[in-house]
Design a protein around this ligand. Structure first.
Ligand code: AMP
Length: 452
């Protein structure tokens, strides 16, 4: 993890459901070297999931951890693994499986930050990156391998000399997501080529039947630790909704972003095409927006994320690919431009703000077609949310500017598409479909607003 994260001044606020006494890392049995590492990272006290999980892990138990995003769950599994590694150092000691590339990178960064004084070596094996480079990293015999299941399996099958036959720890992070992304087969294959005698930690933000099945398949008498009731969101998160007519959603988005202009925001949309279009639209209006989506190459995704983390851009437009696992400490606001049809995605999206004890705001823009999904979300989180206070008249003052910005954005997208086509780009028809869909969908709305 980067120094920015490491230097977070605020310790995680322990405001969980039970008022257990706040303890210290030392009090949990963490060794001096790692206590010092925590201090160096600014971790003054263990978070609740750490306080609950670490003692069981140090006793040598398997773990199942239910923890919300931002709860410090990476530390909860990294510290016991590192402590055990210190006692019996060896290569390929632990393997962490993560559903997304970005999360894998963050986990490795956190291992490296905690283990920097004790010389811990990590390798990250994720898709979208050169296999050869990763094979070279694996040949250096790292202590910890963090990866996405598909790519790890690829290396296990094809990279000469690489095996996990001596593995001591397996972590399945974001297990629900691993299973939802259909990594079941890959996980099964990986389980076949690692020792049965090992410790296994399974962490998940939400529990499902599939996770339960996985738990039964690969954990032995695990200690179960949980830090909050199933689908709750943290207390420091202020959640609101705003009923908006579908045709004016862009206008409301621009209004909210302008009202909160000093904030760092993540805006979630359903499709990759919307991230692109909205980013252009906002930029045309002078806002510092950047898109990130599963359709972008890994390099571009990381580039966008870094620009956002560095504060070069303060608005990140993203799909649900980005809603999990990304640890961006300074997000002040999450806007649900589209309401997720899967209510659990809401929890993950809003979990990008109000992390580690900070406060945050989540605003959901609900149109007439999304009301049902929104009500399901309210049912899941078990509360009715207040309305975001705004006057429609005031919002619609922006209508003309927003419509013009959108027209220009669509034109730019069309131009860039034509250029790509002329260059004989790698088009498999997807861009064309995206663009046609986008133009078709927006042409009517833009014309109407221009005529007003
Ligand atoms: P995670 O839930 O593992 O993604 O962690 C969320 C954030 O909390 C990361 O930026 C960690 O560096 C930070 N963090 C983890 N444990 C602690 C702690 N005990 N005190 C303060 N910050 C922490």
């Amino acid at each position: 993890m980067g120094e920015g994260d490491a230097g977070s001044e605020q310790p995680i606020t322990i405001t969980m459901e039970d008022n257990e006494e706040i303890t210290t890392f030392k009090g949990l049995g963490v060794c001096n070297e790692l206590v010092e590492a925590c201090e160096r990272l600014g971790w003054k006290n263990p978070s609740m999931i750490q306080a609950k999980a670490i003692p069981h892990a140090l006793e040598g138990k398997d773990l199942i951890g239910l923890a919300q995003t931002g709860s410090g769950k990476t530390g909860a599994f990294a510290l016991p693994i590192l402590q055990s590694l210190l006692q019996t150092p060896q290569a390929f000691f632990a393997c962490i499986l993560s559903p997304t590339r970005e999360l894998a990178i963050q986990i490795a960064e956190q291992f490296e930050a905690l283990g920097s004084d004790i010389g811990v070596k990590c390798a990250v094996v994720v898709g979208g990156v050169d296999m050869m480079q990763q094979a070279i990293a694996l040949a250096k015999r790292p202590h910890v391998v963090v990866g996405t299941p598909g790519r790890l399996l690829d290396h296990l099958s094809n990279t000469k000399g690489f095996s996990l036959r001596t593995l001591k720890y397996l972590v399945l992070d974001e297990a629900d997501r691993l299973l939802n992304m259909d990594f079941e087969r890959e996980i099964d294959e990986i389980l076949k080529v690692i020792p049965r005698e090992r410790k296994t930690y399974l962490f998940s933000a939400t529990m499902s039947k599939k996770v339960d099945k996985l738990k039964r398949a690969c954990l032995k008498n695990p200690a179960k630790v949980e830090v909050s009731s199933k689908y709750s969101t943290v207390d420091t998160l202020k959640q609101q909704f705003c009923l908006v007519p579908a045709k004016h959603k862009d206008c409301y988005l621009v209004y909210i972003l302008s009202e909160m202009s000093g904030s760092t925001s993540m805006v979630f949309t359903r499709t990759c095409e919307s991230t692109r279009l909205l980013a252009l639209l906002l930029r045309n209006l002078g806002l510092k927006a950047i898109p990130i989506s599963g359709q972008m190459s890994q390099d571009k995704r990381l580039g966008a994320l870094n620009k956002f983390k560095a504060g070069e851009c303060n608005i990140l437009l993203c799909t649900d690919v980005a809603s999990r696992g990304l640890d961006i400490p300074s997000v002040d606001m999450v806007i649900n431009y589209d309401i997720p049809s899967n209510s659990k995605d809401y929890i993950h999206r809003v979990g990008r703000t109000a992390r580690a004890g900070r406060s945050g705001v989540a605003i959901s823009l609900v149109n007439q077609y999304e009301l049902e999904w929104y009500l399901l979300i309210e049912r899941l989180i078990g509360k009715k949310l207040p309305k975001f206070p705004c006057e429609e008249e005031e919002v619609l003052l922006l209508l003309e500017r927003v419509a013009e910005a959108k027209r220009i954005s669509l034109m730019k997208i069309k131009e860039s598409y034509s250029k790509k086509k002329r260059r004989g780009g790698d088009n498999d028809g997807e861009d064309e479909r995206d663009m046609n869909h986008m133009i078709h969908k927006n042409a009517k709305a833009s014309k109407k607003s221009r005529n007003r």
